[in-house]
Ligand binder design. Structure first.
Ligand SMILES: Cc1cc2nc3c(=O)[nH]c(=O)nc-3n(C[C@H](O)[C@H](O)[C@H](O)COP(=O)(O)OP(=O)(O)OC[C@H]3O[C@@H](n4cnc5c(N)ncnc54)[C@H](O)[C@@H]3O)c2cc1C
Length: 415
């Protein structure tokens, strides 16, 4: 038996969110008999983050990842409200916010990311300005919304978090404006047709989404904010939500001498350049064999799958991370499911099912290779796209766009 798989061994996990919590439970499944210590600076019992921008604004129940009893049952030591300040790789300890040290045999960094607060002139004068990453952030937004008389909400950033938040706040009865700096929303992650779909969807639901709006100043006086753009347009806001992207929490890893490259660099087993330190989830830059390049992903799928791989590797097995990434977003009645990585595509094919105008899928190709699929209200396209990408299937493109041809492998593939 490996000397690490004993009852005396200690695995310390920094970050108790999707990645860290899944790692802890997977470790037990893989046979780790030693101690498992999870640390998080967030005092809340670990919860699902996707509902924060979707349902949590109206529903005050946090959706916990695991019940308090499950941690006890699996003998996982959950330490909340504790910040980890540093890692000492020489004596294999971490230092906690109260100045004490904790020893480890294996260490897992699941430190995720934090929202970017853009350096906008006067931002410090703003009232009720919040990012949206934690349950506490949503609590602030919810309180500010319910106590606000006019309920005018300006959201900076037309990415998924900004747009989902816009839909949720609209549902609550707010007046919502989204300001996006780029020429189209979701420009970084999807094709122009999908941007158009979501622009129309928000317009139909009474949310103003404006592109080419570069916010340069905020002037907060008497509890009301004036948001000012380079083109001199101005927007009054009682509440401002910031959704302009994230920054990886890689400082701990960096100061411990681990290699950082657009995130903490890990191999196919989620191991860093230190054989006793692993990193998983949003904070990692990892190799994806299917696309033959390193990627950094911000998704629950990646956090959970990498956690499983790292747990197996820590228990001396030889797993390899080889997953096709997937993601979802809910806005109003539209459910978007995305699979694959579309970067590098040179052709998109759009399929609109005859039956419903909102059942759309976009298929991203590089020549004849299917890279990714975005499917709206069309789980069949999502499932089939996943299979085709995984198998490297050759698709008959003329049939794919012909909606009289059913979405089935034997109808769409060159045999
Ligand atoms: C509003 C919102 C909506 C989302 N919607 C979707 C969605 O629909 N689909 C999807 O796939 N993904 C979605 N995501 C992304 C998804 O939530 C993330 O990819 C996922 O949370 C990543 O998990 P993680 O454990 O790697 O990192 P995080 O969830 O960022 O967790 C990192 C944890 O580490 C802790 N931490 C960091 N540094 C320290 C330290 N030094 N000491 C102690 N603790 C520390 C933090 O407090 C945090 O709890 C959404 C995210 C947000 C914020």
């Amino acid at each position: 038996m490996s000397d690490i798989l004993t009852k005396e061994s200690i695995c310390v996990v920094i970050g108790a969110s999707h990645a860290g919590v899944n790692l802890a439970f997977s470790l037990r499944k893989e046979g780790w008999e030693g101690s498992i210590l999870l640390f998080d600076k967030d005092p809340e019992i670990p919860y699902h983050r996707p509902p924060l921008s979707k349902t949590y604004l109206s529903n005050e129940e946090v959706n916990v990842l695991k019940s308090a009893e499950s941690y006890q049952k699996e003998n996982i030591n959950l330490n909340l409200g504790v910040l980890v300040r540093s890692i000492n790789r020489t004596d294999k300890t971490i230092m906690l916010s109260d100045g004490t040290n904790q020893a480890y045999d294996k260490l897992v960094l699941a430190t995720g990311a934090r929202p970017i607060i853009p350096p906008i002139s006067g931002i410090e004068t703003a009232t009720h300005l919040y990012p949206l990453r934690t349950a506490e952030d949503v609590g602030h937004i919810r309180n500010a919304f319910h106590t606000s008389k006019n309920k005018r909400v300006v959201i900076l950033g037309g990415g998924y978090i900004g747009l989902e938040t816009a839909a949720s706040i609209k549902k609550l009865g707010g007046t919502v404006t989204v300001l996006e700096r780029e020429t189209r929303i979701l420009a970084r992650v999807t094709a122009p047709e999908m941007s158009d779909f979501f622009m129309n969807l928000h317009a139909e639901n009474g949310v103003e989404v404006l592109t080419d709006k570069n916010v340069t100043a905020i002037n907060g006086t008497n509890g009301v904010n004036m948001v000012i753009c380079t083109d001199e347009s101005q927007f009054e806001a009682d509440i401002i939500v910031i959704g302009v992207g994230i920054r990886v929490n890689s400082e701990l890893a960096n100061s411990a001498g681990l290699v950082i490259e657009n995130g903490i660099l890990v191999d196919e087993t989620a191991c860093t350049n230190d054989k006793d330190i692993f990193a998983i989830g949003d904070c990692t830059f990892h190799y994806n064999p299917h696309y033959n390049r390193h990627v950094r992903l911000e998704s629950v799928q990646n956090a959970v799958d990498q956690a499983k791989v790292a747990a197996a590797a820590i228990c001396d097995k030889h797993p390899v991370y080889n997953t096709i990434p997937w993601f979802w977003s809910d806005q109003y009645d539209a459910k978007l499911q995305m699979v694959g990585l579309s970067e590098g595509y040179n052709e998109t094919l759009i399929r609109k099912e005859e039956s419903e105008s909102t059942k759309i899928s976009i298929w991203y190709f590089k020549d004849d290779i299917l890279l990714a699929v975005d499917a709206i209200n069309n789980p069949k396209a999502f499932v089939l796209g996943t299979k085709f990408i995984k198998d490297g299937s050759k698709i008959d493109k003329s049939k794919l766009v012909d909606v009289s041809v059913p979405l089935k492998p034997d109808e769409l593939l060159f045999l």
